[in-house]
Design a protein around this ligand. Structure first.
Ligand code: SAM
Length: 538
């Protein structure tokens, strides 16, 4: 019977822990010595536990979770992973054909144990700071016959791996330990590691972020990994380092977000996320899956919907992209896959910067612009002229770009605006040069985004600029006029008020990111010469 941590250590040693995983650390040896006086494991018990381990269970880890009190385990980030998650993660890792697998923060060795059960030829490395955890992992490996694996009782962030010619896979459940429980030297290590990789790390980032950093430092191009963590880093400011690592250094392939009721971790109500990555991979899309029940977690390689990597880079919160993840019907994609949506420029004082005409200013600083939503509604499908539009005064920040005559005119305008206090306005005073509105380039499609009627989408043949009463749709790749025109048509035909957010008074507003989530026919349908209705029906 296992009644204490010492007797668990004794049990692990009885199963052959000292013979697997290489030499014991000083802490493991001390623990082993402290258990020596305890009654030996009976043959019957040992046989039962061996059979359970071979059968895919983790009797030692379960005993550990009962014996060590939850508060202490939480402080060490020792919330072990349910088998329902270990299985699909191991499947994915083995599909990548690694020659070596590193179990990061191995606990009782649930991940490496399962790897070895499925492929005994893989070289295994398991690391954990907790000597009882590493003794359990050694015992598991001994029972499974993986005597050549290395088990390291130490800190993963300081791990050095011998060079290896084949692919290495990193797998695990990096410990969730919050920043205020981390020692100063650990924080210093994290700052230096982030510096080396060219990132900034918030002082509020927790230990799981450090594990991502350590993996980015240890991994080589082509190595892969699959980690399950709490999902908060997808949302919060201090998760920025993890988002950056997943997008760039680690080469994120897919994210699978598990709601607590889909896969409850013992004693927690946390939303978890599985991140699968391949170092060096920069696929144009990353797959995002919203996992609502364990049955959906079958094939990490194909589950979820693709989201453009660039959209993830632009978004400061990733779960909004996830929730959109109602899978587009066949033949459809999200608008954001094709276009970035940008709100028009805020002038800060339309009375100064938006004019009907201005004979005293040079034409080079006057830009015909859409400044009222009704101009887009009136345009119908194409805005093909601009002589009826107002002009936005957009003066370059560097005035020496202007010729001498232009400069005199502009200087007079600036002087008058300053006298009227325009430079003191909030927006103007936060611009690089208060006199330079900074219009964006003409957007090929312009959209209204706030009205009591559905938004309209207008092909901008006139190349007009726009201010913040409209959004501009900027294709991520060059699209022919025919394609753009069909895209605008599809958006006009299908966008309903219910896709936006309703504000008091019934106004419906589409934020740029919300607009990017609208479903549109895929590129081949948009490019086809068939009528849109026929192409969509097919
Ligand atoms: C969330 S548990 C995961 C255990 C096991 N891999 C599983 O999934 O069941 C995290 C493990 O990381 C270990 N740990 C905490 N800090 C560590 C560090 N700096 N280096 C290595 N392991 C650490 C804890 O002792 C704990 O066993």
């Amino acid at each position: 019977m296992i009644r204490s941590e010492q007797s668990l250590a004794r049990f692990a040693l009885g199963l052959g822990a000292a013979d697997a995983g290489g030499p014991l650390s000083a802490a493991e040896s001390r623990l082993a010595c402290s258990s020596v006086g305890l009654p030996p494991v009976s043959n019957g018990e040992a046989a039962e536990v061996r059979a359970a381990i071979r059968d895919g269970q983790d009797p030692l880890g379960e005993a550990f979770c009962t014996l060590r009190d939850p508060a202490r385990r939480r402080a060490d980030g020792a919330v072990y992973t349910p088998g329902q998650l270990v299985g699909p993660m191991v499947d994915w890792v083995l599909e990548q054909s690694p020659g070596r697998v590193v179990d990061v923060g191995c606990g009782s060795g649930r991940f490496l144990g399962e790897i070895i059960r499925r492929d005994a030829g893989i070289e295994g490395v398991a690391v954990d700071t907790d000597p009882l955890a590493t003794l359990m992992t050694r015992a598991t490996l001994a029972v499974l016959g993986a005597r050549s694996a290395r088990v390291i009782n130490g800190d993963y962030t300081r791990l050095r791996l011998p060079e290896f010619t084949e692919r290495t896979a990193f797998i695990g459940n990096p410990p969730y330990v919050r920043h205020h429980q981390l020692a100063a030297d650990a924080k210093t290590w994290a700052q230096q590691a982030a510096d080396r990789l060219g990132h900034r790390i918030s002082g509020l980032a927790g230990l799981h972020a450090y594990f991502f950093l350590a993996t980015a430092l240890l991994g080589q191009r082509g190595d892969v990994g699959c980690f399950v963590t709490s999902a908060e880093w997808l949302e919060v400011n201090y998760g920025a380092i993890m988002r950056a690592l997943v997008l760039d250094d680690l080469g994120g392939k897919s994210l699978h977000v598990l709601e607590p009721r889909a896969m409850p971790f013992e004693g927690t109500q946390t939303t978890a996320v599985i991140t699968a990555f391949e170092i060096g991979s920069q696929d144009a899309t990353v797959r995002l899956q919203d996992v609502k029940s364990p049955g959906q977690l079958t094939d990490l390689a194909s589950a979820g919907h693709p989201v453009a990597r660039e959209r993830l880079r632009e978004a400061s919160r990733w779960t909004t992209l996830l929730r959109s993840g109602a899978k587009p019907p066949p033949g459809y994609i999200e608008l954001g896959e094709l276009c970035q949506v940008h709100r028009g420029t805020v002038t800060g004082a339309n009375a100064t910067w938006v004019v009907r005409h201005h004979p005293d200013l040079p034409p080079s600083v006057l830009f015909p612009s859409v400044t009222k939503a009704r101009e887009l509604f009136a345009a119908g499908s194409v805005l093909d002229r601009y002589d009826h539009l107002r002009l936005v005064v957009d003066i370059p920040a560097e005035l020496d770009q202007l010729g001498p005559d232009e400069r005199d005119q502009v200087n007079r305008f600036i002087k008058a605006a300053k006298k009227a206090g325009v430079d003191k306005g909030y927006i103007a005073s936060h611009r690089r040069a208060w006199w330079s509105v900074g219009l964006q380039g003409p957007a090929p499609i312009l959209a209204t985004y706030m009205a009591r009627r559905p938004p309209t989408f207008v092909l901008n043949a006139a190349q007009a600029r726009h201010i913040n009463i409209a959004h501009g749709l900027y294709p991520r790749q060059r699209l022919a006029d025919h394609t753009l025109s069909r895209l605008a048509q599809a958006l006009r035909d299908t966008t309903t008020l219910s896709s936006g957010r309703t504000y008091a008074g019934g106004l419906v507003k589409f934020e740029p990111r919300e607009m990017e989530r609208l479903m549109v026919p895929d590129l081949s349908t948009l490019q086809s010469r068939e009528s849109l209705a026929a192409a969509v029906d097919r």
